[in-house]
Design a protein around this ligand. Structure first.
Ligand code: 2BA
Length: 109
């Protein structure tokens, strides 16, 4: 068995969950926050038999789109004076950041 941890954009999350569930793939959805943008995103935990791993990855790839986002991270502009101003940065986010791990044991009580 494998565990997929997929970090996706909020805009894609509910369609992705529906598509996975329609294929009989169980999902847990967590509200998370990206460290760089400090904006909300969604993390899905997907426990899955190895035989269905490729199916799940293909669904994630199909649904999750890359989008440009503007980050207004505070940046120092005046050296050591400690003055910060919002500095807009354009970043490309997603489609999905995916980790696949081996599951040592899986039990339900
Ligand atoms: P964030 O950390 O908010 O990052 C959003 C996007 O900002 C990233 O998109 C990337 O394009 C850009 N970015 C991140 N760190 C950067 C940096 N130091 N300099 C310049 N640009 C930077 P994605 O790569 O598609 O990542 C989307 C979200 O996936 C991330 O949101 C984070 O929540 C998660 N993520 C990405 N890589 C990860 C990792 N190695 N471990 C854990 N979570 C990760």
């Amino acid at each position: 068995m494998k565990l997929i941890i997929a970090i996706v954009q909020d805009e894609d999350a509910s369609r992705l969950v529906s598509n996975l569930m329609n294929d009989g793939i169980g999902v847990t959805k967590l509200a998370t926050t990206g460290g760089f943008l400090r904006a909300g995103n969604t993390t899905l935990l997907i426990g899955i038999d190895e035989a269905k791993l490729d199916t799940a990855l293909k669904i994630i790839e199909k649904i999750c789109k890359s989008r440009k986002q503007i980050a207004t991270s505070p940046s120092p502009i005046s050296g050591t004076s400690g003055v910060y101003v919002p500095y807009p940065v354009e970043v490309m986010v997603g489609g999905a950041t995916v980790f696949v791990m081996d599951v040592e044991q899986f039990v339900k009580f």
